[in-house]
Structure formats: C-alpha cells, structure tokens
Design a protein around this ligand. Sequence first.
Ligand code: DGL
Length: 280
Amino acid sequence: MQLSKQHSTIGIFDSGVGGISVLKAINALRPDIDILFVADQAHVPYGSRPLEEVREFAIGITNFLLNEGVKLVVVACNTASAAALHELREIFPDTPFVGMEPAVKPAVNSSSSHTIGVLATPATFQGKLYASVIERFAHDAKVLTSTCPGLVEQIEAGNLNGSETISILQSALTPMLDAGADSIVLGCTHYPFVSDQIQSIVGEDVKILDPSPAIARNVDRMLPKKNDIQQSTGSIRVFTTGNLAKLTELLPCLLGSIPPVSQLKWHDGALARNVVRKNP
Ligand code: DGL
C-alpha cells in the first residue's frame, strides 16, 4: 500500500523509549516526514504482561494516532507486534501498519557457526510471530535466547552504562558466546541503545543485528517520494503516558534533540491529551 501525496504524517509507538531507536532510523532516511511518537510509559514494560493486555494498549494507541491524523502506523515494539499486529490490521483495514519481528533470518544467513543469540522480551518469545520466524528461517540453526530481565527498566531510567545494565548483559550473552554464537539479534527496540555495550562484551567478531534500518526502508517504500510531499515539515512530536519531565530529560541522550513532548492519559482503554484546567 502506498500513501497518497498529501498524506505524510506517520505514527510510531512503543511501550517506552525503545521505539525512539526506530524513529531515529526513519527520521534519518526521511527527514521530510512528520512523525508523532507515543511512548506508553504508564505501562512499560510490556514484555512481562499478557499478550491480550498489550493488544488492548496497542488498539488504544492506534485509535489515538488515527484521531491525530496519521496515515501509517509503525508498531516500533517487538512485543506489541507479537501481541497485536495481526489484529490491528484486521481492526483498521484502511491503515497501513509496519511491525517488528526479530531479525532471525539475516542473523542465520550471516552466521558461520549456525549458532545465533536472540535477546527479546518474554511476551515476544511467547507470540506466534517468533515461532513462525524460527520455523521459517532457523530450523537448522542453534538458537539461544535471553529475556534480559530488568534491562528495559534500566534503559528507561537512562542507565545505559550502569553496572546493573552491564551485569544483565553479561549474564545474557555469556551462555550465547560459550555456545559459539556469532550473531546476536536485538529483538527488542530498547536494546539498540546498549548495542555498544553489547559489542564490547561479545567482541568485534560477533555481529549485532538491529532491525531499525530495515524497518525504515519498509516505511520509506510506503511513503510518497520526497519531492512529492506537499504538506510536511519533518516535525517530530512526542507523547508519553508516563512521566513527562523524565522523558524530556532523556531525549537529548536517546534522540539527540528535544522535540515538543505532551502528556497523555488513559481513560477506559482510550488515550486523551491531559488538559490542564485553569481556575476561573
Ligand atoms: N521495546 C519493546 C519491544 O521491542 C518493549 C519492551 C517492554 O516494554 O518490555 O519489545
């Protein structure tokens, strides 16, 4: 599906700051496109929640983004893609969605040892999407997995180099290296923010696969060409259901800039802007 020329605003969402890794890749490829980004930080982490619950969040966020006028939605979250991508396409048949799946195929293709490691959330590993990716692309490879307990929380707190972060990564990666893994899949959009830390643990000979550039290329294929865009300015607007001040503080480190950030609140499964009431 290709968007029409005047339609250029896209929506991107994640449980938290992880989706910013995808936003950056899209913005780098298409700086002309307007982006609305929703971080559902009231509910982060998604990865330890039941898939049905994550699905409800994904539907609520999509409704919000569509009401804001976006014409394409990027589910910049492996967990929400595992929980809801199929249903989102059914519920919103007129909206194009781009979702995430762990980059197992390129990892297996580039592995000489036929042994790969996958880092993702518990919910992602439980979903049918992961099972199907393994069945299709890794049936004759050895696949080691880790849910990296606590890593998403450390990244949300901005502790990219903290001792807790490094120790979570060491516990996840050591068994993979011991088994001979030579490719590591970042199956959670939070993890590219610690890819340097991962690389220094695994060494330069091990390949790290971040799917964001491929997702950005998918999105680009669905958008009108740059010179055809009529109404966009390349603006980025960020919304959070969590702590506005904390997110604003983290953005320079994660995104490299501070776009306008607004507060959203959940009410009965729907998202609304938090309107500050003034006394008469
Ligand atoms: N960034 C998300 C993902 O790609 C979710 C992490 C979480 O909230 O547990 O899976």
